[in-house]
Design a protein around this ligand. Structure first.
Ligand code: MN
Length: 405
């Protein structure tokens, strides 16, 4: 059997109002889920996922582990269906679980989205999972450098998430547990703020997993804390002895859709580690050109694009209303109130809800003007400023006062 010692920490960070990350630490099941979506959808998606995985009981095979992830996905999808306000919510999931079976026990890793699982061994820190994110795809395409990706404005966009579609592609691996290995599961709030060298340094110097998790979280917050940050540290304290442990610990790799998708050609027996070619249903997730199921860019994509769109629309509206107000209020006109000739600030008839307001009374009656002048005043005679309007009033006053020299 495998003996785990673990620690976990999470923080809302310094920018976000809510912590949409959720984690689960049970003996033999360690999960980080990073939710996304408005109307508290993000929190709910990650919460539903963690609740679905809680108390999973004994899991023996990688297929069973993948089934658990598919069940969690189905639970999030079902919840979004019931509550239309939660539509579009989604969550990442990265997990480490013990595979309990006859013979030496194994570890199972499953991943969807851009949370990560790292492994620290005597050789150093190894990022085990591959991010399902836009920037990762751009980096793999050679269109973005790692450094550019780290600060890319769209680094939050994921290409896979739970809760979006009934079918979700799950990356999964079976590994040999080795005493002394340390696993770290984290949300992007960690590696979005601090680099791998710093993560490695903390993990290799802080022995207690709880202290290491807390240290990493507080460093991510200190570095900016632009996102929720969650870290779960799991040490393999004891493991069944196995001959010939692969360097990367991996004994089996899957990329699996739910049952039914591969109906008729489902591989009954787990393929051997080197048998990817013989089992096209299970391509290697590390393949640089994975046979990806292309899902519509939703989840974070949707949320961020929608937010940006709403902000842009609001900005345009504010600018429009602002310039409208300036336009509506910047001029004066000579008009009438009842019979009296007056000066209004604004435009004749007003502009939408910006009514002209009375500025100055003249004491002159419009009926006393020559018909042509009266017509102009009744229509409203516009001027760029108050002085010009007042000057026009004085002109009219002179016309109506023949005794003035
Ligand atoms: Mn995040």
């Amino acid at each position: 059997m495998t003996e785990f010692v673990w620690g976990a920490a999470t923080d809302v960070g310094r920018v976000r109002r809510a912590n949409q990350d959720r984690h689960l630490v049970e003996d033999g099941m360690f999960v980080v889920a990073d939710g996304m979506g408005g109307h508290s959808g993000g929190e709910i998606a990650s919460e539903v996922t963690v609740d679905s995985l809680r108390g999973s009981g004994v899991i023996s095979t990688l297929d069973e582990l993948i089934d658990r992830v598919q069940e969690a996905n189905a639970a999030v999808v079902a919840r979004a269906r019931r509550e239309p306000a939660l539509r579009g919510m989604g969550t990442t999931v990265s997990l480490l679980a013990e595979l309990v079976r006859a013979g030496p026990h194994r570890l199972g890793i499953a991943n969807v989205g851009d949370s990560r699982l790292y492994r620290l061994t005597a050789d150093g820190l190894h990022q085990h999972t591959v991010d399902h994110s836009l920037v990762e795809a751009l980096v793999r395409d050679g269109r973005l450098s790692r450094a550019e990706a780290a600060n890319h404005p769209q680094r939050n966009i994921v290409t896979r998430a739970l809760g979006i579609d009934e079918k979700v592609l799950v990356d999964a691996w079976e590994l040999v547990p080795v005493a002394g290995d340390r696993y770290v599961i984290c949300s992007d709030g960690l590696f979005g703020e601090i680099g791998a060298p710093e993560i490695c340094e903390v993990l290799s110097t802080v022995e207690d997993p709880q202290s290491a998790a807390e240290d990493l979280v507080s460093r991510a917050c200190a570095a900016g804390g632009r996102d929720n940050v969650t870290v779960v540290v799991v040490d393999i304290a004891q493991a069944d002895s196995v001959d010939d442990v692969p360097d990367d610990r991996v004994t089996d790799t899957r990329k699996a859709l739910p049952d039914g998708i591969f109906e008729g050609h489902h591989v009954a027996d787990p393929p051997a580690a080197d048998a990817d070619d013989a089992n096209p249903d299970y391509p290697n997730p590390d393949d640089p050109n994975p046979d990806d199921i292309v899902l519509p860019p939703v989840g974070k994509v949707f949320t961020w694009r929608l937010a940006a769109f709403v902000v842009a629309v609001l900005m345009v509206l504010v600018a429009l209303v602002g310039s409208l107000a300036v336009y509506a209020r910047s001029t004066y006109y000579v008009g009438v109130e009842g019979q009296e000739i007056v000066i209004y600030q604004g435009r004749p008839g007003g502009v939408l809800w910006f009514d002209a307001t009375l500025e100055t009374r003249s004491g002159l009656l419009v009926g006393a003007l020559e018909p042509h002048d009266a017509e102009l005043v009744l229509d409203g005679l516009e001027f760029d400023n108050l002085e010009d309007a007042e000057a026009h009033i004085e002109d009219l006053r002179e016309q109506l006062s023949p005794e003035t020299p």
